[in-house]
Design a protein around this ligand. Sequence first.
Ligand code: RIB
Ligand code: CA
Length: 313
Amino acid sequence: MKKPRKIIIDTDPGQDDAVAILLALASPEIDVLGITAVAGNVPLELTQKNARKICELAGRPDVAVYAGASRPLLRPLVTAEYVHGKTGLDGPDLPEPQMPLRDMHAVDFIIESLLSHETEEITLCALGPLTNLALAMARAPGIVPRIREIVLMGGGCFEGGNVTPAAEFNIYVDPHAASRVFDSGVPVTMFPLDVTHKALTTRKRLEAFRALGNRAGRATAELLDFYERFDEAKYGTDGGPLHDPNVIAWLLQPEIYRGRQINVEVETASELTMGMTVADWWGVTDRPKNVFFVRDLDADAFFDLLLARIGTL
Ligand code: RIB
Ligand code: CA
């Protein structure tokens, strides 16, 4: 087997973040160097606790978890308890974490990891607002060429937005951070609503997680039972979109995805379209093609992968 791919997961758990973390920790092809929490779905004191709860659910209290930014670069924090519940992990009754939170700040951990590893050895997997990544780049510009790839869930084009008509939540919460990351020159692979809205947690798929019979499978079903109810009501679909695990699935089975290398810029001036990812899908500008924009997936293969891996925890 090839050497495991070294990653840092930056996250705002969040039920879908939790499933992404479970997938990563259940996959020997991946070496999770650390998990950095950021404020997003719920405030930082909850996202850092939730990240530790999920590591313990995966049987991995050894994973290094760090707390990062408690608010966006410039804008006030916007949270999403209406989707994720007041704890950010509503659904299963997960015990308070016993594993410690590491003392180092998440941004320092990202910087030190990139400076202490070979160039292009580490992939940053961003599942929430991009505040930690932007701060790391600003504090230590020398890390930028050392990053192998940034794989992120965020943005949208043909699907519009989910927190405003124009903007997806992760980008909307910190559009200035997102703009710095998209313009950084680091290879960015983007999982927007255009692809995640095709990955629905249907009743049949949820029952399959429950039928796994293990604690992680049952917890996944309970997490998604709670998490999908808002989007099911909003979109009138059987199940809701499962966003963040696509970032990890890309590292494991890129062949189940289809996309295009295009230019993507982030709106940071207009309040009306704040946080909009302006994606030049049809190549009508000569702006640099800075992003691999994923638009389609084999949803059955995606859920089969999730089931197979979470079933091993
Ligand atoms: O818009 C969906 C994204 O916002 C997901 O990452 C979800 O966890 C929230 O962070
Ligand atoms: Ca998230």
